[in-house]
Design a protein. Structure first.
Length: 550
């Protein structure tokens, strides 16, 4: 239950702090006094979107804080799952900064709006006229029936399995499509793979082949250049070897005289050795040179093959071609295994479908048992609310489709009077009838599920007199099991509350602001009397107000 609410700098509220008690609380006030502002502030605490228009003073931040007693809500698991500190007295704070940014906190831990919204489902249910209209939606009707049928755990297990089933179906469809497409591509991919395999490509061979091609293609020039180099190196009187030996001999004579000369001698010796090595390699190179047109042609063809493959596959290197070859091999291997995967997945889907059908059967049976209970209780409550001839025709229609909550479709028909045909709620029920039906539904659900704090926002639309008294009594009965708030314009309902709050406007420093006040017993008599007779309170209105309160 909500135990306190404080509001600062929100809409017409400069600063407000109020405590709430358990049981049945009434909120009244003239139209435009600020009841919607109070609801809006609570909505922000529950995670609704905010904007700068919420700020009374645009230069200061807006702060809304609510305290909840949650010891009986079994929410420790939720707090652990969201890494939040659990407190029996949990505080939720919402801040809207002048910049337009919004922040939310649960027990001083920052949270995002989704976490706040998830928690709010366990805390407060604000019943508005819009929610009354939702009663005609099939999903809402199913929730009512399933609450009475105690289908919650079964539907949760069904939904978990349905998620896996749909995922497997999606995978199967993808595999079947792949198999269908592969029939067209497999032959071509096999051709491409065989073409690459027959090329016998090796990493790094392209550079090697290109080098060999250049040598063989220019063998005469290479031989001529090397021969000339060897002649220059080895000529007896003027060759490089002869001259190097002459220099080495000269330096050898003066080497003992200085480390400088010794160093020069060693360097020329090293140079001589290196040049001798170069000369020998040139000799070996010229001996290896062979004019082989056939080898040249073979290398040329291999290089052309590599170039053609690179062009076909948009590859720049042999390494990329080898990767494409590997990928093609894996693709074909995968296609070979796809039939086995399809068979295995199909069996798994059949098994899950059988399990889903079992869950759906249990859900359906529980609903069949719950429908007469719901119908009879609705008729009983609505009889006391001035609808003695109301009838309901609730039919489940089995389907082959796996819906999110089972395999049933629902027809929820209603007739308010004898001799009238059944029709859809939203088409045949008036606003007052819808309000009474929704109140009856909430009263029934309070017996079967742990509803959070419930705020009825003008559920009395379209009713008055004795019906209003009975509506107040029903809400009073509900408040024995849960905290109930009713925002109302009817004195008959207002008189049933355990506590009574009034929303009113006041002018302070030429500024209008809304305030919320807990009324004393005497103030409550006057408020109800004004609801009966208007601003000028007559003695009869006072007596009537006291009678209602007693």
């Amino acid at each position: 239950m909500i135990t306190s609410l404080s509001i600062k700098n929100y809409a017409l509220i400069e600063k407000l702090s109020i405590d709430f008690s358990k049981g049945f609380s009434i909120i009244t006030g003239e139209t435009g006094a600020g009841k919607s502002i109070i609801l809006g502030a609570i909505g922000l605490v529950l995670g609704k979107r905010a904007d700068l228009t919420s700020l009374k003073n645009k230069e200061e931040k807006c702060v809304i804080e609510a305290q909840f007693e949650i010891s009986k809500y079994n929410l420790k698991e939720f707090f652990e799952a969201n890494d939040l500190d659990y407190e029996d007295e949990t505080i939720i704070r919402r801040e809207i900064l002048p910049s337009g940014k919004s922040r939310a906190f649960i027990n001083d831990s920052p949270v995002n709006l989704q976490e706040l919204q998830d928690l709010s489902l366990f805390l407060i249910d604000i019943h508005s006229q819009q929610q009354t209209q939702e009663l005609s939606e099939e999903s809402v009707q199913f929730k009512i029936i399933d609450a009475i049928a105690n289908n919650g755990d079964t539907i949760a297990a069904y939904q978990d399995l349905l998620k896996v089933y749909k995922s497997d179906k999606s995978k199967l469809n993808a595999l079947l499509k792949k198999q269908s497409d592969s029939g067209k591509e497999q032959e071509y991919n096999t051709f491409l793979l065989n073409e690459l395999v027959s090329a016998k490509l090796k990493s790094g061979e392209q550079a090697e082949l290109e080098s060999d091609f250049e040598k063989l293609n220019n063998v005469e020039i290479i031989k001529e250049s090397i021969d000339k180099s060897l002649v220059i190196a080895n000529e007896e009187q003027f060759g490089v070897f002869h001259n190097l030996n002459e220099i080495k001999g000269s330096l050898q004579k003066i080497a003992p005289f200085s480390s400088e000369y010794q160093n020069l001698f060693e360097r020329i010796t090293s140079l001589s050795i290196e040049f001798d090595d170069i000369s020998k390699e040139l000799q070996n190179a010229v001996e290896k040179l062979v004019n082989d047109p056939e080898q040249l042609e073979a290398i040329s063809q291999k290089l052309q093959l590599i170039f053609n493959l690179q062009k076909k596959h948009h590859a720049a290197t042999v390494e990329e071609l080898l990767q494409i070859q590997e990928d093609l091999g894996n693709t074909l291997l995968e296609l070979d295994n796809i039939e086995e995967e399809i068979e295995s997945l199909s069996k798994a889907i059949e098994q899950k479908a059988a399990e889903l059908n079992e869950f759906a059967t249990v859900i359906h049976k529980n609903r069949i048992d719950a429908i007469p209970v719901l119908s009879n209780q609705l008729i009983t409550i609505l009889d006391t609310l001035g609808m003695p001839n109301v009838r309901f025709k609730i039919e489940l229609i089995p389907s082959e489709t796996y819906f999110q909550n089972g395999k049933d479709e629902l027809q929820f028909l209603f007739a308010a009077n004898k001799g009238t045909d059944f029709g859809l709620l939203k088409k045949v029920a008036s606003g007052g009838e819808m309000s009474r039906i929704m109140l009856a539904v909430k009263a029934i659900l309070a017996q079967y599920s742990k509803l959070p704090t419930l705020i009825f926002d003008e559920i009395d639309t379209g009713v008055s007199g004795e019906i209003a008294i009975r509506m107040g009594e029903i809400m009073k009965e509900m408040s024995l099991k849960m905290q109930i708030f009713a925002i109302t314009h009817l004195p008959q309902i207002a008189a049933k509350g355990d506590s009574h709050f009034k929303v009113f406007k006041s002018i302070i420093d030429d500024a209008t602001q809304s305030e919320l006040k807990l009324l004393s017993q005497d103030e409550r008599v006057i408020e109800i009397a004004q609801m009966l007779s208007g601003a000028v309170v007559s003695d009869s209105a006072l007596n009537h107000a006291k009678a209602l309160l007693n």
